[in-house]
Design a protein around this ligand. Structure first.
Ligand SMILES: Nc1ncnc2c1ncn2[C@@H]1O[C@H](COP(=O)(O)OP(=O)(O)OP(=O)(O)O)[C@@H](O)[C@H]1O
Length: 233
């Protein structure tokens, strides 16, 4: 079943009179439960596509349908609600709140979109922290954590609201190879066990090799697409 469908989307950024065609009339589909990568050289439009899927940015032309909802017709406030309630984000630089503990970082993300009783909330957060192997870190603050540990916390923060999909922009770029592999393996495990849909932007060969779907971009166009239908990795 399709979870993301891009129909003839174009994104033009304007700087005064100069126009940059970041995405140029492209179509693609991503299935529910996919582990998909948008790949391509620097400037090819990867982040632009991720920002459009995540409703952080709008398209100039075309339609983008997420979970059967046409998000290209949403205004700025509606896009913000959609993104807060439905999409999990993982960033290259983790973007945790440094003054909050691990538990509080995740609680903050949950409080923004769903109301739970304090007990329900604690149960839900503790369960997820155990699943991700970071329960013992719950009272530490981000500056007291390694990069790999911070990225695991960021994964927990993305997952706590049960998003319909998780977008990860170069999530291994700031990690050494071994830590990057461990963080990637964790996302593969979550994808297999929880059937969470992951969409990455990356040129990391390790991620591209693990992906079931690879959409290759060049100069805002799709240069090629690979899809491995087998279940598992
Ligand atoms: N906010 C913006 N304003 C103007 N131009 C932009 C903006 N964002 C991106 N662009 C331009 O759009 C094109 C695609 O950029 P994008 O960031 O999507 O590429 P990318 O593949 O993610 O690159 P990288 O791997 O370097 O992050 C580039 O030419 C870029 O300069």
């Amino acid at each position: 079943m399709t979870i993301v469908e891009a129909k003839k989307i174009t994104k033009i950024y304007k700087h005064g009179k100069v126009e940059v065609r970041a995405i140029d009339d492209i179509n693609f589909k991503i299935d529910r439960g996919d582990f998909a990568v948008i790949a391509g050289p620097s400037g090819s439009g990867k982040t632009t596509i991720l920002n459009i899927i995540g409703a952080m940015d709008s398209v100039t032309q075309g339609k983008i349908i997420i979970n059967q909802q046409d998000i290209s017709v949403l205004n700025k406030d509606e896009r913000a609600d959609f993104r807060r309630d439905k999409i999990g984000f993982i960033f290259q630089s983790y973007n945790l709140i440094p003054v909050l503990t691990v538990y509080e970082n995740i609680e903050f993300a949950l409080d923004l979109c769903k109301k739970h009783s304090p007990l329900e909330k604690k149960d839900k957060i503790h369960r997820l922290l155990r699943e991700l192997g970071i329960f013992q870190l719950k009272d530490r603050r981000p500056p007291e954590l390694s990069g790999g540990q911070q990225q695991r916390v960021a994964i927990a923060r993305a997952l706590i609201k049960d998003p319909i999909l998780v977008l990860a922009d170069e999530p291994t770029a700031n990690l050494d190879t071994q830590t990057g592999k461990e963080v990637l393996d964790l996302m593969v495990k979550i994808n297999l066990e929880k059937k969470t849909t992951f969409i990455f932007s990356s040129h990391d060969i390790m991620i591209i090799e693990k992906a079931r779907r690879v959409i290759k971009l060049r100069d805002g166009k799709i240069e090629g697409e690979e899809y491995d239908s087998k279940d598992g990795f």
